[in-house]
Design a protein around this ligand. Sequence first.
Ligand code: PLP
Length: 415
Amino acid sequence: MSAPPPALDLTAIRADFPVLCQRVHDRPLVYLDNAATSQTPSAVIDTLRTYYETYNANIHRGLHVLSERATAEYEAARRRVAGFVNAAHAHEVIFTRGTTEAVNLVARSWGDAHVNAGDDILLTELEHHSNLVPWQMLAKRRGATLRYVPISPEGRIDLEAYARMFGPRTRLVAVTHMSNVLGVITPAARIVQIARANGVPVLLDAAQSVPHLAVDVQALDADFVAFSGHKVLGPTGIGALYAKEAWLEAMDPLFGGGSMIRTVELHESSWAGLPEKFEGGTPNIAGAIGLGAAVDYVQNVGIDAVTAHEDALTERALAMLSDLDGVRVLGPQDTTDRGGVISFTVDGVHPHDVGTLLDADGIAVRAGHHCAQPLMRKLGVAATVRASLYLYNSPHEVDALAEGVARAKAFFDEH
Ligand code: PLP
């Protein structure tokens, strides 16, 4: 067995995040909405500042110093991101606006070429709308059918049912790697193995996994992996699609325009090589470079140490919340194959009211359907409160959450 990862130096880490040292409603900010957007360390803010202050320029175009530097840093960021998820080649990473754009890119560029009337696409009942609506749109365009792998009451994928759902017309599996509602970590490697045995490619929605656990795209053997920069300490409006080189070579681009062509004639064009073919127009240069700095930051801390830290906090939160009268935590009740996304309901109190009262205590959580309406229906709830953890959260903040929820419950019990 390998040695456990070293404990995080929480004081040093928190000092890297200027946003955390503020008061909200005259209380210290407790930021527990990381599944929506994570906070930005000074290293990333400084990287963005340096870009705009010293080498802001378009890439791949100018013959001048600024443009050359911007191009070099943009491509270095691609290598950093590729390294972070262990892609075999940097050009297998396509910068996108985020997970949503990455999934839509695959649904359009790959889907329109491979999915026909009468074909099936396998999804699961866990999915975020971003890994659901693009497939609905594809299915409508092509006359295909979406089929949903069932989940258990705590949100585990039924692998036996999944294995039985493959047929001769199954074209793709698209599945989340970690649920943004229940924190469930899906058995991605096994899911890919079963799909592979059936000759079917797999897209992983890794929006919630890449920031919190080691994701090795080669070990997972997934065909497509989508994630967002702003959930992994990076800027908003940047993310990535990892795809196996062979797929990218064979796929048509989604966006036509500048930078993605080899030659343009009046009536037709030929495409540039990878990755430019998929990055038509001026990309989010600063965002990509910022994302490179963000994954460097996580790597310097150590992703296994981040996971271990979050596991300990999750265990504490699950124990404290479950101890409260009238509080029901959804999803797995321990940290086995589970991340730090904790959804719960409070008897007699609407989740939005819990969220509002927590906000008054300086505690930022999310309340609502979390862009997963079919999952909420399956769970039999209209909305939940969701607290989601990251590397800078402390045990003290988990305690503050539990105390805040208890206060909210008591307040509504009295009124
Ligand atoms: N998939 C999952 C599991 C998510 O949690 C999210 C964001 O909350 C997305 C997809 C969409 O990500 P983005 O809005 O960054 O495109």
